[in-house]
Design a protein around this ligand. Structure first.
Ligand code: PMP
Length: 400
């Protein structure tokens, strides 16, 4: 697919021609085919899944299960290893809530200061509850997670390693394959937060050999409200469910119950049928464009912008060596929210704040930062408009 045509697949750019959207790390925009799939389901179907024997219900069930099948292929998992959740946060909480049953006093859980709150907080709470020890991989001088530093905290007591794949603030990629290899030698499980990598690079869970992985549909051009929890089948089988209700139970009597096999054991209640069906269109779009094209395009824009931004006096970039197309920056002595408001006047959408990763802000010694994050629909024109708007913001605050 021609990268120049990609922007035209996203209807917002026809409605709002001026918009420069550089906040895809928060949520990506939605292509027409995803919106069409959503409205098609609501207009033509609307039935529940897995329950009805009538035609309409089986059409909905088949469409829903097709997304599972295609997602499994997308990450090289088995179909019954793909659980639908509400999002990355939900997926990561489900793992912690269920796997905490295997955590005992004195066990160690490794995480990092680069984590989004939804990767770190569930394990912080498990550590408090189970009297386990939460251990942080020391970051290197660039604030990256390295294999060398991981080795320093891995011990015979390590039971869980919960790390981000790509930092949502700094765009650094964790060397997770090497880390998983080392963690497994200690019989620890590895949980990967793939919220920021899923739409930017190919992921093969079998090759990385992670035990669990979480990601959100809304960051991969799909609808909000849906996420995925991948888990190795043998682990999912032994883990207890955390939500109880319809469609997850095998047999129940007044006193007790048995559960269905994974993934259904972890999918209690009516799922977000329409959004799961529409997510399939987002997966197909990514497949059709291909990660080679996506990665080349995003990296070109990233390097182009980085070079221009680096030349702006008074701008401080915190991640010159980012592996992925995220630029974290501040204008010296100006609050990031003030800068973001000025950029908005030029229709440039960037994020300001701690990005739900307060430990990263602390590590950078900044109360908050600005973040420009790129996706497949961005253009060189977007990069130029960002650079111009940053210069105008700097001048507005009379920095130079
Ligand atoms: N982890 C990372 C790295 C993220 O960037 C995000 C979203 N900002 C999340 C987890 C949480 O995702 P969600 O809000 O979709 O649950």
């Amino acid at each position: 697919m021609n990268i120049d045509k990609i922007k035209s697949l996203f209807p917002i750019f026809k409605i709002n021609k001026e918009i420069v959207y550089l906040d895809s790390a928060a949520s990506s925009l939605k292509p027409q085919r995803v919106i069409d799939a959503l409205t098609y389901y609501y207009a033509n179907n609307g039935s529940n899944i897995h329950r009805g024997v009538y035609k309409l219900a089986s059409i909905a069930t088949d469409a829903f299960e097709l997304t599972r099948k295609n997602l499994a292929t997308f990450i090289n998992a088995l179909e019954n290893e793909v659980i639908f959740t509400k999002g990355t946060t939900d997926s990561l909480n489900i793992i912690a809530e269920s796997y905490k049953n295997f955590i005992n006093e004195g066990d160690e859980i490794i995480t990092s200061e680069l984590e989004h709150h939804s990767s770190m907080l569930p394990w912080q709470q498990v550590a408090i509850e189970r009297k386990a020890k939460l251990v942080y991989v020391p970051l290197d001088s660039d604030h990256k997670i390295t294999v060398e530093n991981f080795k320093k905290v891995l011990t015979d007591k390590t039971k869980v390693v919960a790390l981000t794949h790509v930092s949502n603030v700094l765009g650094y990629e964790t060397p997770i394959k090497e880390i998983a290899f080392l963690a497994h030698q200690k019989n620890a499980i590895v949980i990967l937060d793939a919220a920021q990598s899923i739409s930017h690079m190919p992921i093969d869970v079998k090759d990385l050999n992670v035990d669990f992985m979480a990601f959100s549909s809304h960051k991969m051009y799909g609808p909000n409200g849906v996420g995925v929890l991948y888990g190795k089948y043998e682990l999912l089988e032994k883990m207890p469910p955390v939500e109880f209700g319809g469609e997850m139970v095998h047999l129940t009597n007044k006193e007790n119950a048995t559960w269905k096999v994974p993934p259904y054991k972890f999918e209690a209640g009516t799922p977000d049928v329409a959004d799961v069906i529409a997510l399939n269109e987002a997966v197909s779009l990514i497949n059709e464009i291909g990660f080679k094209t996506i990665m080349e395009h995003e990296e070109k824009l990233h390097q182009y912008t980085l070079e221009k931004m680096s030349k702006i006096k008074g701008v401080n970039i915190f991640n010159q060596k980012a592996d992925h197309a995220i630029i974290a920056f501040n204008i010296n002595d100006v609050h990031p929210h003030d800068v973001a408001s000025i950029l908005d006047q030029y229709n440039v959408c960037v994020r300001a704040g701690h990005h739900c990763a307060q430990l990263v802000s602390k590590a950078l010694n900044q109360p908050s930062t600005l973040r420009a994050s790129f996706a497949i629909y961005n253009t060189y024109e977007d990069c130029d408009k960002l650079v111009d708007a940053v210069i105008k913001a700097r001048d507005f605050f009379n920095q130079f």
